[in-house]
Design a protein around this ligand. Sequence first.
Ligand code: GLU
Length: 268
Amino acid sequence: MRSIPRRLVAAVALAVALPLAACGGGDNGDKVVIGTKFDQPGLGLKNPDGTMSGFDVDVARYVAQQLGYTEDQIQWKEAPSAQRETLIANGQVDYIVATYSITDSRKERVSFAGPYLITGQSLLVRSDNTDIVGAESLENNKKLCSVVGSTPAQHVKEKYPGVQLQQYDTYSACVEALKNGAVDAVTTDEVILAGYAAQSPGVFKVVGGTFTEERYGIGLKKGDTELQTKINDALVKMEQDGAWKAAWDKNLGPAGLPAPQPPAIDQS
Ligand code: GLU
């Protein structure tokens, strides 16, 4: 190494590094990779034509725009509940907007901007069901579906040990199991359940009210305070200029949920 002129070394290093950045390796150059759900109507949904829709998707888009990216520069990546911390820690996504509750244990591996929405855990049952009215009724040996790596599954394990909990990879798989009778109920956040109920009118109903508080944050690399501040600023702007309310009305209004107050940002 010592015999090679330093300037030459620098030139070669640049020549190697530049094309890598340009084609999306390393820092991902001109793209932003956003993790979201692909199977949650009203929140994060990949439509049959390949387009993305939902409240989380619109929040993610607004933030991307504020960070200086155009729609074409967004690359969507599916972020199932159990994989979110790993996707962020491995640098496979720049940030995640995916019904992602801010919790202390998750904060050990990732940082959060937000909260941008506050909801709570609830129950989805078939519309002809009459004996499941709340979480307690499930302790009577009912089969309940939730998702691996989610806060609702964790909560049920801790608080309702008498429930037969089945953990699937996605909520859409749970809803399918509910439809065909393999389980008696599905549990997760009320907004998610309302989205599924609206997708199949007359088939399901949301029951039991909300019995936890879920504060949705945007997950990002642990300790990246610069990005965290930029995303918080974008969220404040989105709440103030009416885009937040518009995104709610467009995506979750059809599910029959009135728009709540947008939460104060930077309380994560
Ligand atoms: N908000 C809860 C969580 O982050 C449930 C929804 C989900 O699994 O995406 O675990």
